[in-house]
Write a protein that binds this ligand. Structure first.
Ligand SMILES: NC(=O)c1ccc[n+]([C@@H]2O[C@H](COP(=O)([O-])OP(=O)(O)OC[C@H]3O[C@@H](n4cnc5c(N)ncnc54)[C@H](O)[C@@H]3O)[C@@H](O)[C@H]2O)c1
Ligand SMILES: O=C(CO)[C@@H](O)[C@H](O)[C@H](O)[C@H](O)COP(=O)(O)O
Ligand SMILES: [Co+2]
Length: 411
């Protein structure tokens, strides 16, 4: 018989005292964001080869959760692709917009996984759709059997540059934006801007808000690209109908993803809550939910960025000329700089208070420094926000008047 002393244990503890065990483990994470034009063209093997983890060669069937609108427009082509490559694909079309980004939709995905009898490790769920669909499917997959692999194919601009590249999943709960969620990277995301051909102007503008966010806090170069090409990229739906627009579309999307991943990779689990990518997301979660369905996600982010740019000007971190330049670009990109929800009594204070709870008791509020820089502040007061809101209201009115007179002169 072995004596107790002969057991070799990996964890250390002292038998002489009441024991406590400390467990430390590191989880290695690897995922891929892969640019792939015309992903579902029959001769494209990008999705098949993808990367070893996301390869479709493992097993010959797949569960595909697809945004119902995307299915209506692109479904035949996508079905044809899987048939062509001998993969038995089960399609589950789902309505996916902010008003149904809720627990019940996640349950529908869980039901689909149960119905399909998904093989937990070798049959990644494929999510095809906008940010809402990706967030819902990612959430459901991450809790199903405590984690089932999934692959993302974003079909909106927000999906391509933001919702498809990070590790956050979630659904709204009550008035709480993304109140239920997990950190769960997809195996891979395939970024195919051909999908943007069928996206309407408003949703293209919506995605440009998140690109503008990256520009305002990190890159004057990207901001200038948006100034020069923003409107034309919307008209062209990022399809690259000329060499110049093709280069601009590629640069804007790639740079935005790159800047985002630069911030995410060292802080994937948000152990540091001073995140510059939270810019535009201090007041907007509350504004978006209060105004739902009037404000899209990117529009609420734009209103927040306009407000905090005005605040930055009043605090001396950006000049008035820079503030005007930012507001002008927003308008050119088809984004609002104002929404009346800003005037709802108490809403800005409540929004800040909720964000402070989200950021472990401090504001950690990213504010612009010039265009392309940022710093974090913790001393914003309600009076300061109200002054910024009043200034923004006035400037937004002036912009509208100027736009109306320009339109009159043009007609
Ligand atoms: N997880 C993250 O890190 C992250 C990051 C940014 C945003 N988000 C979330 O993303 C959501 C917003 O995503 P969104 O802007 O993509 O909205 P969305 O998913 O609601 O899509 C917008 C609309 O476009 C339709 N659609 C999708 N693709 C289309 C296409 N190719 N052609 C025509 N119509 C198409 C959809 O059916 C929908 O009606 C928000 O809920 C936001 O919180 C998540
Ligand atoms: O909107 C999102 C994620 O939902 C992104 O654009 C953004 O970069 C950040 O993740 C936001 O700051 C949101 O963070 P959180 O409030 O969901 O924690
Ligand atoms: Co966002």
């Amino acid at each position: 018989m072995r004596s107790a002393a002969s057991f070799k244990l990996g964890l250390s503890h002292s038998a002489a005292t009441d024991s406590t065990w400390k467990v430390e483990a590191v989880k290695q994470v690897e995922y891929h964001v892969i640019a792939a034009r015309n992903l579902f063209a029959k001769d494209s093997t990008r999705l098949l080869d993808g990367c070893s983890a996301a390869s479709l060669h493992r097993g010959d069937r797949r569960l595909i959760i697809i945004d119902a609108n995307v299915d209506r427009i692109h479904g035949d082509r996508i079905r044809g692709y899987f048939e062509h490559h001998g993969i038995r694909a089960s399609f589950v079309p789902m309505r996916a917009d902010e008003t149904v980004k809720e627990w019940g939709s996640a349950v529908r995905v869980v039901d689909a996984m149960n119905g399909f009898g998904i093989d937990r490790r070798r049959e990644p769920v494929i999510a095809i759709g906008g940010g809402v669909l990706l967030d819902i499917v990612g959430f459901a997959a991450s809790v199903y059997r405590r984690g089932t692999p999934y692959i993302r194919v974003p079909t909106t601009l927000i999906g391509l540059v933001d919702a498809g590249v990070g590790v956050k999943t979630g659904v709204n709960y009550g008035m709480g934006k993304n109140r239920l969620g997990t950190y769960a990277p997809a195996l891979a995301t395939f970024v195919d801007r051909a999908f943007l051909r069928t996206l309407d102007n408003r949703h293209l503008s919506n995605g440009l808000a998140e690109i503008l966010k990256m520009a305002l806090i990190k890159s004057l170069d990207l901001f200038e690209l948006l100034e020069i090409f923003g409107e034309r990229l919307i008209d062209d739906r990022f399809q690259g109908s000329s060499d110049e627009l093709d280069t601009a579309a590629t640069q804007v999307i790639a740079e935005s993803i790159h800047l985002m991943l630069e911030e995410l990779q060292p802080n994937l689990w948000e152990s540091c809550l001073e995140r510059c990518v939270d810019y535009g997301h201090t007041f907007s979660p509350t504004l978006e939910m209060e105004a739902l369905p009037e404000l899209l996600h990117g529009e609420a982010v734009a209103v927040d960025m306009a407000l905090t740019s005005a605040l930055g000007y009043l605090r001396g971190s950006i000049s008035e000329a820079e503030l005007d330049r930012v507001l002008t670009v927003m308008r050119h990109l088809g984004l609002p700089t104002w929404n009346d929800v800003l005037s709802t009594p108490g809403v800005l204070g409540a929004a800040l208070a909720d964000t402070v709870r989200h950021r472990d008791g401090r504001q950690r509020l990213p504010l612009p420094v010039g265009i392309g820089g940022h710093h974090f502040v913790n001393d914003v007061t309600i009076d300061g926000i109200n002054s910024a809101s009043a200034l923004l209201n006035r400037k937004s009115d002036e912009l509208r008047v100027r736009e109306t007179s320009v339109t009159k002169v043009a007609s």
